[in-house]
Design a protein around this ligand. Structure first.
Ligand SMILES: Cc1ncc(C[n+]2csc(CCOP(=O)(O)OP(=O)(O)O)c2C)c(N)n1
Length: 286
C-alpha cells in the first residue's frame, strides 16, 4: 500500500542543506504532492545532476539516480523510455539545469517525454560556495566577478515558453499549498512539465531572500488563459514583478506516443525487423 503522508515519502537520511535553505520547503512540497497522488515509491524515480538542490533524491524513499552535473534529464528520459509505468521526476539547481545542462532542457522540450522537471532556483552555484549562475542578477558580485558581471541573466519561464515546453509553472518555496498543487498538476500532466521554483540560498546569495522575493512576486490573474503562449510570454517577460502560477499547458503527443507509433510502423510497413539480416541492412547503403 502506498504511503499516505508526506513524511512517509522521506528517507532516513538527514539533509545536509544549510539552515533555512529553500530546498527543504521544496522537499516538503514534493513529498506532499507524492502523498496526494498516492505514488508508489517503488514505481517512482527521481533523477538529479550535481549541486545542493540535486541532493534531493537522497531524502526521499523512492528510487533515485544521482547522475553527473547537468545530466538529470537524459537519465530521466531514458528511465521513462525503458519503463513508461514509472513516475519520473528530475530535480536540480539553476546551474545544473540552465548552465551545464541547458541543452538538455531544449531537447527534452522537443521530445516531450512524460516526466516532470523541478528546478530549485537560488540564482547561485551554492554547492561550490557561491559563483554566479545563469539566473544571477547582473548586479551580483561574487568571488568569480568581484568588480562587475559581464553576462546577462536568462529568464527560465520565458525560455521554456519559447521551447514550447508542454507544461510551465513557477512557484515560491514558501507558498507550500500553491507549490504542492503545481507539482501535483505537473506530475499528472501528460508530457514534459517544468516547475521553476524560487528557492533562496541563505549562505551564498544574500541578495535573494525570502523577504525580497515576497516583495517581487505577484500571482497570474485567475482568468489567465494557459493555452495562450503569447499572453504567457508577456507575463513571463518581467523580472519585476515575478509572476507565479501555471503559465502554459499544452497536451500533445508525448515521446512515448511517438515511439509507439514508430514501433507500429516497423511491423505494419516493413515486416518484423528481427527477420532482417545484417546483409539486408547493408544493402541499403550500397
Ligand atoms: C563537470 C562538472 N563541472 C563542475 C562541477 C562543479 N559543480 C558542482 S555543483 C556545481 C553548481 C551547482 O549549482 P546549482 O545547480 O545551481 O545548484 P545549487 O548547489 O545552487 O543548489 C558545480 C559548478 C562538477 N561537479 N562537475
Amino acid at each position: 500500500m502506498s504511503p499516505k503522508t508526506a513524511e512517509q515519502y522521506r528517507s532516513q537520511t538527514t539533509p545536509t542543506w544549510c539552515k533555512d535553505c529553500g530546498d527543504y520547503k521544496v522537499l516538503d512540497a514534493l513529498t506532499a504532492a507524492m502523498a496526494k497522488l498516492e505514488l508508489e515509491p517503488d514505481d517512482t524515480v527521481l533523477t538529479a545532476g550535481v549541486g545542493c538542490a540535486s541532493r534531493l533524491p537522497f531524502y526521499t524513499n523512492t528510487y533515485g539516480f544521482h547522475t553527473v552535473h547537468g545530466r538529470a534529464l537524459p537519465a530521466a528520459i531514458g528511465t521513462k523510455v525503458a519503463n513508461k509505468e514509472r513516475t519520473v521526476i528530475s530535480v536540480g539547481g539553476d546551474g545544473d539545469g540552465f548552465s551545464i545542462g541547458g541543452n538538455h532542457f531544449i531537447h527534452a522540450s522537443r521530445k516531450n517525454p512524460n516526466i516532470t522537471y523541478i528546478i530549485m532556483d537560488n540564482e547561485i552555484y551554492a554547492l561550490t560556495k557561491g559563483q554566479n549562475s545563469p539566473t544571477s542578477h547582473e548586479d551580483l558580485l561574487t568571488k568569480i566577478n568581484p568588480y562587475e558581471v559581464v553576462e546577462d541573466r536568462i529568464n527560465p519561464v520565458l525560455m521554456a515558453l519559447s521551447f514550447n515546453t508542454s507544461f510551465i509553472a513557477r512557484g515560491f518555496c514558501e507558498d507550500q499549498e500553491q507549490l504542492t498543487d503545481m507539482i501535483v498538476q505537473a506530475i499528472k500532466h501528460p508530457g514534459f512539465a517544468f516547475v521553476h521554483v524560487l528557492s533562496p540560498c541563505t549562505q551564498y546569495n544574500l541578495k535573494v531572500t525570502y523577504d525580497s522575493l515576497r516583495k517581487r512576486i505577484k500571482q497570474l490573474p485567475e482568468d489567465h488563459d494557459t493555452s495562450d503562449r503569447i499572453i504567457s510570454m508577456k507575463y513571463a517577460m518581467t523580472h519585476e514583478p515575478l509572476y507565479m502560477g501555471i503559465f502554459y499547458k499544452d497536451v500533445r503527443l508525448t515521446l512515448h506516443d511517438k515511439l509507439e507509433h514508430l514501433r507500429g510502423m516497423s511491423l505494419d510497413d516493413i515486416g518484423n525487423p528481427s527477420e532482417y539480416t545484417i546483409q539486408d541492412v547493408m544493402k541499403q547503403f550500397e
